[in-house]
Design a protein around this ligand. Structure first.
Ligand SMILES: Nc1nc2c(ncn2[C@@H]2O[C@H](COP(=O)(O)OP(=O)(O)OP(=O)(O)O)[C@@H](O)[C@H]2O)c(=O)[nH]1
Ligand SMILES: [Mg+2]
Length: 473
């Protein structure tokens, strides 16, 4: 497993078991399914794909640039991205333009995807952009045209419709960028691309200009962060996380575009009081200040003025922290990977069951699938079903958060303990949780709650067994 960025002991047991199932099923399925099995295995090990969706100007392409660490995606204050574009690791840097007629044309790219793609946008299905880029090895990004644009399309695609986003190569996870208000077309879009709570992350974008902005009484990013927490509680049934981010600050900090001369321009504004500064920024004709405004916005200027005298590195570190992107990636990365693995294994099981129906040794293949489903490594699929059940019954139920933690596959997170907790203590805590969950199950208030607690009791039991094994290894 190399392309997925996972190797050796890091490989999710869920994927290892799925691989074994493929290997066991292949000889029983017959020659005509060999290619399909190879394809299943390719998908299991492929990097995670995240689609960035949202309205025009919500900041999708800016966030792509921040995540890639290179300003490769064109951005603009007016409707900009017209074609779904997949950013992936590969050499040499190039864009492969896939036409709606099936034709493909390769164009070399420099720092940024060119405006001229060689054919009209309505004749393009999508673009594959390859960049030699470490960040893209484990996470591929699909930048999409905004909804509610002039094209009036509710789908993040051009003429290819949503099919491109729902096939086997479609996204594993969805990052929805929004301003905090969930509109009917956002929901329509999420539905059309098959997004669900398990794989949808909501990003409250433009956090640096949230609320009353940088000259208001409070810090817009702090306000946006509080708002994101409220939205997470309000939309618990729709998103697995809601996080406030500023793509603009992230792009400036993570692409290396903020330079020493920018820090000097910033330092020249250090002595102005907030009122003078607001006037200066609103009326300036100084091209260096205008460029700085484009690069880091008003909040970037206001909040990083005190760091400017220490040089560009101090400003970059401040912008990086305030953007919320590095933090989002470090907390979301393991969840994203796990959610992708679960989605892929779920699809694999469904496809294998279909293939088994037509196979000469059908009963044996079905028995293999049943055995895999009973395997502790596949218990997370039961947790996912339990999640669907509780969400249908009571989206605000505290068991939703508990299941989220269990599904993560991360023992410390699942047990609400610090990451530094010794394995033996984690094992003891898992045993205790198992006992407590049994007691809770006995007094469950509904069949749904009882079913979820049965699944969770098994989750803690399996976790305890795994940790005990690790403690004695
Ligand atoms: N202040 C601020 N501006 C941002 C932020 N993210 C993006 N912008 C600006 O908003 C405008 C739109 O950004 P894009 O990244 O092009 O938005 P998009 O969602 O890709 O737009 P479409 O491709 O048209 O759908 C640009 O002028 C960006 O500089 C942010 O976090 N804060
Ligand atoms: Mg865009």
């Amino acid at each position: 497993m190399t392309r997925s960025g996972q190797s050796g002991a890091d490989v999710d047991p869920l994927l290892q078991r799925a691989w074994r199932l493929c290997a066991e099923a292949e000889p029983l399925l017959g020659f005509e399914h060999q290619r399909a099995i190879a394809e299943f295995q390719r998908i299991l090990e492929a990097p995670v794909r995240a689609a960035l969706v949202g309205r025009v100007n919500s900041g999708k392409s800016t966030l792509v640039n921040a995540l890639v660490g290179q300003s490769v995606a064109p951005t603009n204050a007016t409707e900009c991205t017209r074609v779904a574009t997949i950013y992936r690791n590969g050499m040499p840097a190039r864009a492969v333009v896939a036409g709606t007629d099936g034709a493909q044309a390769t164009i070399p790219i420099g720092d940024r995807l060119p405006d001229n793609l060689g054919r009209p946008v309505d004749k393009i299905s999508h673009i594959d952009v390859f960049l030699p880029n470490a960040a893209l090895r484990s996470l591929e990004l699909i930048d999409t045209p905004g909804t509610s644009g002039h094209g009036g399309n509710a789908a993040p695609t051009t003429s290819s419709g949503t099919a491109f986003m729902t096939g086997a190569d479609g996204p594993d996870v969805v990052f929805l960028l929004f301003d905090g208000v969930l509109r009917p077309d956002d929901l329509e879009l999420l539905h059309a691309i098959g997004a669900n709570r398990a794989n949808t992350f909501a990003l409250l974008s433009h956090s640096d200009s949230y609320g009353s902005g940088p000259f208001g009484g409070s810090d817009p990013i702090d306000d946006a962060t509080k708002k994101a927490d409220e939205l997470a509680a309000q939309h618990r049934d729709k998103f697995c996380q809601v996080v406030a981010v500023s793509g603009l600050l992230g792009e400036a900090a993570l692409t290396g575009s903020f330079r020493e001369q920018d820090a000097r321009v910033l330092a020249s504004l250090a002595d102005l009081d907030p009122f003078e500064l607001s006037i200066e920024l609103a009326s300036t004709e100084d091209s260096a200040i205008i460029e700085l405004l484009e690069r880091i916005g008003e909040y970037g200027i206001v909040s990083s003025r005190p760091m400017a005298k220490f040089g560009a590195h101090a400003v970059i570190e401040h912008l990086r922290k305030r953007s919320g992107i590095a933090e989002f990636i470090s907390t979301a990365r393991p969840i994203v990977r796990r959610r992708a693995n679960l989605r892929r294994v779920k699809n694999l099981l469904e496809s294998l069951r279909v293939a088994a129906r037509h196979a000469p040794r059908s009963a044996e293949v079905l028995a293999l699938i049943d055995a895999a489903e009973m395997d502790p490594a596949f218990h997370a699929l039961r947790e996912l079903r339990a999640m669907d059940l509780i969400l249908r019954w009571s989206p605000a139920h505290p068991l939703v958060a508990e299941l989220d933690k269990a599904i993560s596959g991360d023992p410390a997170f699942a047990l609400d303990l610090p990451v530094s907790t010794p394995v033996s203590e984690l094992a003891a805590a898992a045993m205790r949780k198992c006992g407590e969950t049994r007691t809770r199950r006995l007094i469950a208030r509904s069949a749904a709650e009882g079913e979820v607690l049965t699944v969770l009791e098994r989750s803690y039991q399996l976790l305890a067994m795994r940790l005990q094994g690790a403690a004695f290894a």
